[in-house]
Design a protein around this ligand. Structure first.
Ligand code: NAP
Ligand code: MG
Length: 498
C-alpha cells in the first residue's frame, strides 16, 4: 500500500473535506506510487487560513530571537534527516541523489541563515529635523503569507520563502506543487517537530487551479510568494493586483553561457554540461543557450558532444546516474515537441533528441541530452523556456554580438561568460541583463545568502536569498517620538532653506 499523506491544518493532520485524493508517482518508474495525497478544495484553504489568522498573535508575540531558535532547530533536524529527505525527493521528482542532497542542504543553510538573522533584524534610526525628537523604524509582520512553490526544488524553494516569512512573524498557508507534495510534507513535519506552534504553518495539497487560486483570492492572506512559470506568475500578479496584495514572483529563464576564444575550453565544456544537463535541464537557471565565438565553435562542439555521450542517463537513486528522468509525461512530450520545432526551424540536431526506451527506461520518462547547433537568434528554441535537457548553440562573430544575442530574450535570470580577458568579463558584468552573472562558472550554483532573482519577465523586482526576502514579508513602521513637550510642525517650524 502506498503511504497516505494528509494536509496539516490547525496543528492536525487531516484529509481534504471532499476526501478526494491524488497520486504522486516516481518519474523514473511510473508504476511506483510515492504517496497518496489529499486533493483539496477551496474549503480546505478556508480552514487553513482560519487557523493561520487565529494563531497570528501567538507567533508574532514571541521575541524574534526565540522564533529564530525554533527555525535553527528545524535546520538541525534537517541535518539529521538529510539522507532520508534526499532519497524521498529523488523518488518523487527524479533528480539524482547528489542534487537532492544539495537541494536539502540549501534548506539547511537557509534555516541557519534565518537563525542568524533573528539577532539582526535591524531598523533605521535618523536625526530629526526638529529638536527633541527621535525617529526610527521597526518591522511588523504582514499577517498571513500564501506560499506557492514549484516542483524542481521541492525543499530549497519552500525554505527560501517560509523561513523568512516565519522569522518576520507571519503565519503560513502553503501549497506545494502537485508533483512534489512529499518533500513539502517532510518540511512541514520538521517545522512542527522543531517547535513552531500548532496552527502557525498550514499545508494544503492540491491543484494550483483550485487551491492556488483560493489562496490568491483569500482576503486574509496579505502576501503571496510564488515561484514557477511566467504564465502562472502573470495570473498571480493580476489577481494580487486586483486585491492589492503584496506579491513576490520568481519566474522563468532562458539563460546563456558565452564562450570567448581566450577561454579555458575544457572548463567551459564542463560548465555547460553541468549547466545544461544538471537537473535534466529542469532548472530556472539551466543553461539553455550556448553562445560560442566562431573561432572556437567547431572545436568546442566536438569536445562537447564527446563529453555529452559519456553522461549516464538513469534512475536518480543509482549513484551511477548523471542525468535523471523528466518530471512527467506531459513535460516529456512538451520537450520532444520543442525538438521537432527546432528541426522545423532549420537548426541542426547535433546530438540526442530522442525519448529513451528499452529495459532500463520503459517505466519512466527519460530522454537524451540534446544539442542543437546552427541555431539563429530569434528561433523559438532560442527564445522560449523549454525546461528540459535541450541546449541551443548560437555562433557569433564578436563579443558585442554575443551580448546582444544573450540579452535578446524576454527573461533575465542567469548568465555566464567564460573568458580569460578581464575587459570582456567586466563588460559582460556591466551589460548582461540578468539577475545573476557568473564569470568562468556555469549559470547554476547560487548560494543561499546572496540575492537570487531576475531582470525583465523573470519576476517583479523582488529577490530571494540572503536578507532580501525579509523585506517581502514585513511591514515597516516609522516611529516619531517627540519629547519637546510642545506641538512641533515638520517642514513648517523648520524651513531649513530659509
Ligand atoms: P508552474 O506550473 O507555474 O507551477 C508553480 C506552482 O503554481 C505550482 O504549485 C502550481 O500548482 C501552482 N499553480 C498553477 N496554476 C496556478 C494558479 N492558477 N494559481 C495559483 N497557483 C497555481 O511551474 P512548475 O512547472 O511547477 O515549475 C517550473 C517553472 O518554474 C519554470 O518556468 C521555472 O523557470 C520556474 N522556476 C523559477 C525559479 C526562480 O526562482 N526564478 C525557480 C524554480 C523554477 P500545480 O503543481 O498543482 O500545478
Ligand atoms: Mg512525483
Amino acid at each position: 500500500m502506498p503511504e497516505k499523506y494528509q494536509n496539516f491544518i490547525d496543528g492536525k493532520w487531516v484529509d481534504s473535506e471532499s476526501r478526494e485524493t491524488f497520486e504522486n508517482r516516481n518519474p523514473a518508474n511510473w508504476e511506483e506510487i510515492v504517496g497518496v495525497f489529499p486533493k483539496s478544495g477551496k474549503e480546505d484553504v478556508e480552514k487553513a487560513t482560519e487557523s493561520a489568522v487565529a494563531h497570528r498573535d501567538e507567533w508574532a508575540n514571541l521575541p524574534v530571537p526565540e522564533r529564530g531558535l525554533i527555525l535553527g532547530k528545524a535546520g538541525d533536524i534537517m541535518v539529521e534527516k538529510k539522507e532520508k529527505i534526499a532519497k524521498l525527493m529523488t523518488r518523487e521528482m527524479g533528480k539524482i541523489l547528489k542534487e537532492t542532497r544539495g537541494d536539502t542542504q540549501e534548506g539547511i543553510d537557509t534555516a541557519y541563515y534565518a537563525f542568524g538573522e533573528s539577532r539582526r533584524l535591524y531598523g533605521v534610526t535618523s536625526p530629526s529635523e526638529l529638536p527633541n525628537k527621535t525617529i526610527y523604524t521597526i518591522v511588523k509582520p504582514i499577517g498571513t503569507a500564501g506560499i506557492i512553490s514549484p516542483w524542481n526544488f521541492p525543499m530549497a524553494i519552500p525554505t527560501w520563502k517560509i523561513f523568512p516569512a516565519l522569522l518576520m512573524g507571519n503565519t503560513i498557508v502553503f501549497k506545494p506543487a502537485t508533483d512534489t507534495p512529499a518533500t513539502a510534507t517532510k518540511f512541514v513535519e520538521i517545522l512542527d517537530e522543531a517547535g513552531v506552534p500548532k496552527g502557525v504553518v498550514n499545508l494544503v495539497h492540491g491543484p494550483g487551479s483550485v487551491v492556488g487560486e483560493a489562496i490568491l483570492e483569500h482576503p486574509d492572506i496579505g502576501v503571496i510568494s510564488f515561484t514557477g512559470s511566467s504564465a502562472v506568475g502573470r495570473r498571480i500578479a493580476e489577481v494580487a493586483g486586483k486585491n492589492l496584495k503584496r506579491v513576490s514572483l520568481e519566474l522563468g529563464g532562458k539563460n546563456p553561457q558565452i564562450v570567448m576564444p581566450d577561454a579555458n575550453i575544457e572548463l567551459a565544456v564542463e560548465g555547460v554540461l553541468w549547466g545544461a544537463f544538471g537537473t535534466t535541464g529542469q532548472r530556472c537557471t539551466a543553461t539553455s543557450r550556448l553562445i560560442l565565438h566562431k573561432d572556437i565553435h567547431d572545436e568546442f562542439i566536438d569536445i562537447l558532444i564527446k563529453k555529452a555521450k559519456e553522461l549516464k542517463i538513469g534512475d536518480g537513486l543509482l549513484e551511477s546516474s548523471d542525468v535523471g528522468p523528466i518530471i512527467n509525461e506531459t513535460q516529456l512530450k512538451k520537450i520532444l515537441n520543442y525538438v521537432e520545432i527546432g528541426k522545423q526551424e532549420g537548426a541542426k540536431l547535433a546530438f540526442g533528441g530522442n525519448h529513451l526506451t528499452g529495459k532500463e527506461y520503459d517505466k519512466g520518462f527519460f530522454m537524451e541530452p540534446t544539442i542543437f547547433t546552427g541555431v539563429e537568434a530569434g528561433m523559438r528554441i532560442e527564445q522560449e523556456e523549454i525546461f528540459g535537457p535541450v541546449l541551443s548553440v548560437i555562433k557569433v562573430s564578436s563579443f558585442e554580438e554575443a551580448i546582444e544575442v544573450a540579452n535578446d530574450v524576454e527573461y533575465g535570470l542567469s548568465s555566464s561568460i567564460y573568458t580569460a580577458n578581464l575587459q570582456y568579463a567586466m563588460a559582460a558584468i556591466d551589460k548582461l541583463e540578468a539577475g545573476l552573472t557568473y564569470i568562468n562558472a556555469p549559470t547554476i550554483g547560487a548560494e543561499c545568502h546572496m540575492p537570487f532573482g531576475g531582470f525583465k519577465n523573470t519576476g517583479n523586482g523582488h529577490r530571494e536569498g540572503g536578507k532580501w526576502p525579509y523585506e517581502v514579508f514585513g511591514e515597516i513602521k516609522t516611529v516619531y517620538i517627540d519629547y519637546s513637550g510642545k506641538l512641533q510642525k515638520a517642514q513648517i517650524d523648520t524651513d531649513i532653506t530659509k
